[in-house]
Design a protein around this ligand. Structure first.
Ligand SMILES: *Cc1c(COP(=O)(O)O)cnc(C)c1O
Length: 374
């Protein structure tokens, strides 16, 4: 027993945030000034700094990424009777928020090459009820935005981007979140930049961001006190969170640079093994939120994870495809997403990993396949 628990102690987690800047200083400024709630200068500074970093016109903070997606959907008027096209291989928040509006998620499969939303399958799933397409930039690699924006335009559909995993991701030089009508980012503790819990809504036009702002602030009138004209929410971010976010934003390039180097170490070290790494594609900048592999043989996925765990290395399996979850019950088949979901592993991916950590992980993976083949 004691032996087993020692062996299974995690030494290298999948993620931990990198606080190398002015986080403490800014949080202390909030405390000293007593502005710890959702008013205060850091909200404004974080919003304007974020908008500038990604090249967005209009943004507003939210209390988490899920709330940001919910606001994004509501801000473009998604509701009962509508269908929203969404990849089945995504985190559940993309799907639950669609259902929370009263609309129906219509699932699409993924591409084998990039693991991202398959544009051809989007075309097949468009009906008279389709209101919007939600593109999810899974694990930090952008979707094929030329294809997806063209489909949305041709069919007169709204385009939403779930950029929760894609801070720092670019397509043809343009930061994701600026292609669609509206987009959402997450700043959860394991996201590329974090505020603990937090999110951001991004929109192309002032009207949409105005709707999102109205809905996140209880639908209160800007001119008449305690006058509310809609069923709305308290989805505001606190000044404390924004203070952390601003400090994180100041280190964005450094954090992204460290993550890119880690991804390169993995790619070099894992070459030749019976698995696929998540490669950057031409015309994209992969932010490598997660460094992931899909093993060739699904049967080796759990044994490999167990082998890594015994060496103190934490991993995560890929998401279950949403269509297979009980409350989304959908009997259709999505062969690529199902296969990826059964074969995928997220490896430790946090910016503080050094060369030795990554070398240990790579050696442990090599050790697994060597012992499996003898
Ligand atoms: C993390 C994540 C979210 C939700 O963000 P929270 O801040 O945890 O609410 C939504 N979509 C995707 C794809 C995510 O990875």
């Amino acid at each position: 027993m004691a032996m087993a628990s020692v062996l299974q102690q995690i030494m290298i987690p999948v993620y931990q945030p990198h606080f190398g800047g002015r986080e403490k200083e800014y949080v202390n400024q909030c405390l000293d000034s007593t502005w710890i709630s959702s008013k205060g200068e850091f909200i404004r500074r974080f919003e304007s700094g974020f908008a500038e970093y990604i090249g967005a016109e209009h943004v507003t903070t939210a209390c988490n990424g899920t709330a940001a997606i919910h606001l994004a959907l509501l801000a473009i008027g998604v509701g009962p009777g509508d269908e929203v096209i969404v990849p089945t291989l995504t985190y559940i928040a993309s799907v639950n928020t669609i259902m929370q509006t009263g609309a129906e998620p219509v699932f699409v499969d993924s591409l084998k090459s990039s693991w991202q939303t398959d544009p051809e399958d989007i075309k097949r799933k468009i009906t008279a009820k389709t209101k919007a397409i939600m593109a999810v930039h899974l694990y930090g690699l952008p979707c094929d935005m030329d294809a997806i924006t063209a489909i949305a335009k041709e069919h007169g559909l709204f385009l939403i981007e779930d950029c929760a995993e894609a801070f720092g991701s670019r397509y043809k030089g343009q930061h994701v979140g600026t292609f669609g009508d509206v987009a959402a980012f997450s700043f959860f503790g394991n996201k590329t930049i974090t505020t603990g819990e937090g999110g951001m809504v991004v929109a192309k036009n002032q009207h949409i961001i105005g709707n999102a702002y109205h809905l996140k602030t209880q639908g209160v009138s800007p001119t008449r006190e305690y006058w509310h004209d809609v069923v709305a929410y308290n989805y505001r971010m606190t000044n404390l969170c924004a203070a952390i976010g601003l400090a994180q934003l100041e280190q964005a390039d450094e954090i992204l640079g460290k993550k890119r180097r880690i991804a390169e170490w993995y790619q070099q070290g894992l070459a030749g093994l019976p698995l696929q790494t998540h490669e950057e594609l031409p015309d994209t900048v992969h932010a490598f939120w997660m460094c992931s592999v899909a093993v060739d043989d699904a049967k080796s996925r759990q044994p490999l994870r167990k082998h890594l765990k015994q060496a103190g290395i934490e991993t995560r399996p890929f998401f279950y495809p949403a269509h297979s979850l009980p409350h989304c019950g959908n009997a259709q088949s999505f062969p690529v997403a199902e296969s990826l979901s059964a074969r995928g592993i997220n490896l430790p991916s946090y910016p503080g990993l050094d060369r030795q950590d990554v070398a240990l992980i790579i050696d442990t993976i090599h050790g697994f396949f060597e012992s499996a083949s003898t």
